[in-house]
Design a binder for this molecule. Structure first.
Ligand SMILES: *Cc1c(COP(=O)(O)O)cnc(C)c1O
Length: 386
């Protein structure tokens, strides 16, 4: 099954070289637009591409406002500042996620709280969130939500659309609204993923997408914060544009002031990529369909293996990366080792964030589902084939 996989993937990508977990594809005007930036010397704040890229993201995601920043991490920092989720507050997030999410929360002085995920979405479990808040939180006279154990304000909730599979954001939103907690969707991986009739990232008060080199669409590096709230968008621009806007620099802004706007050069690449967004996302989906057929036809593995699929009725994931579920962890580990030994990059999910040493003291629900997924899943190469 390991060598069959390697052969199948090499054949798909028509390559005997290293097959990367996800490699960027440039099929359009990237060079031309970057050349324009150089010619006009508009490589940084000035230039046409940042507003154009923001407009393209709005158009595709149907968000009213988009603010282009230099990374997804910056987008989360700005979003936390919008929520007042700064020093001395607490922020709900999930144990199964790239550690950057929880690290960013603690880098602004907030304390993460970990809520387990659902097995069938890999995203935060709304019923566990509701239960956690029922036992640990209280609403105070100021209308805000506080942790009864620590007396700290719970300012925000940051679920993650893992690998591009949408989590149950509508249910999460309902719980957050009941507690006056800002919902910030980490849709880093989910640009183009639909949940019900809207794109993932569009249910929260704020959402953000990542555009670094391994994502479905890339700017080289970048992140975009989206919201329908004009006031939040305006505040996000002020927060992120420390050195550029003509805004009184001594005016206090909650969360301080960052310098993390996207450059015109990065946006130029993003614009060229966005011209092909439908094609690139459809090709990812096509790859996932092929994987599914391939593994479902592998009879000798029928009982031991499943292809991870999103809840069909409500989700249409962008299929950024596909995943296999192994019955036995040893089999999973053997698969990851064997494929990597043959230069086909596969991997496991991240170590659970609540178990990282820097978060050992943080509050957490028990995490049976996150642990199960961490032990059973292998991720397959997901880069778009040319
Ligand atoms: C890729 C990824 C990021 C990347 O963020 P950058 O800060 O733009 O490098 C963040 N969060 C998740 C969940 C990711 O998969």
């Amino acid at each position: 099954m390991h060598s069959k996989t390697v052969r199948y993937i090499r054949n798909l990508y028509k390559s005997n070289g290293t097959i990367h977990l996800h490699a960027p594809r440039f099929i359009g005007n990237e060079q031309k637009y970057m050349g324009n930036c150089i010619e006009t010397a508009e490589v940084s704040a000035e230039g046409e591409y940042v507003p154009r890229f923001e407009a393209m993201v709005c158009d595709y995601s149907k968000a009213a406002h988009a603010v282009a920043l230099n990374s997804a991490e910056s987008a989360l920092r700005v979003a936390l500042a919008l929520a007042g989720g700064w020093a001395g507050t607490e922020v709900l997030t999930q144990p199964l996620a790239y550690a950057g999410t929880a690290n960013t929360i603690s880098s602004v002085g907030a304390v993460p709280i970990f809520i387990d995920v659902e097995r069938d979405t890999m995203g935060m479990d709304p019923s566990r969130l509701k239960e956690f808040l029922a036992y640990n939180a209280e609403m105070r006279d100021d209308g805000l939500c506080y942790n009864r154990n620590t007396q700290r304000r719970i300012a925000a909730c940051v679920p993650v659309h893992t690998l591009g599979y949408p989590c149950r954001v509508d249910a999460l939103k309902e719980v957050c609204d009941e507690h006056n907690i800002m919902l910030i969707e980490d849709a880093s991986d989910a640009f183009g993923s639909l949940y019900r009739d809207k794109m993932a990232g569009r249910y929260g008060h704020v959402g953000f997408y990542a555009f670094e080199g391994h994502k479905s669409i890339t700017c080289g590096d970048g992140g975009v914060l989206v919201t329908d709230d004009a006031e939040l968008a305006e505040k996000a621009r002020l927060l992120s544009d420390a050195t550029r806007l003509s805004h009184p620099l001594d005016a206090p802004l909650e969360g301080g002031r960052l310098s993390c706007r996207m450059s015109n050069l990065n946006a130029a690449v993003g614009c060229a990529q966005m011209e092909h967004v439908q094609t690139l996302v459809e090709r990812q989906r096509d790859l996932a369909r092929r994987y599914k057929e391939f593994y479902e036809a592998m009879e000798d593995w029928e009982d031991e293996l499943a292809f991870y699929t999103a809840k069909k009725k409500v989700c249409q994931p962008n299929c950024w990366l596909s995943a296999l579920i192994f019955e036995e962890t040893e089999e999973r580990d053997a698969f990851v080792a064997a494929t990597n030994a043959q230069n086909v990059q596969t991997r496991t999910l991240w170590p659970l964030a609540n178990e990282l040493p820097q978060f050992a003291q943080c509050q957490s629900t028990d995490v049976p589902n996150a642990r199960w997924l961490q032990q059973h899943i292998a991720i397959l190469p997901g880069g778009v084939r040319v």
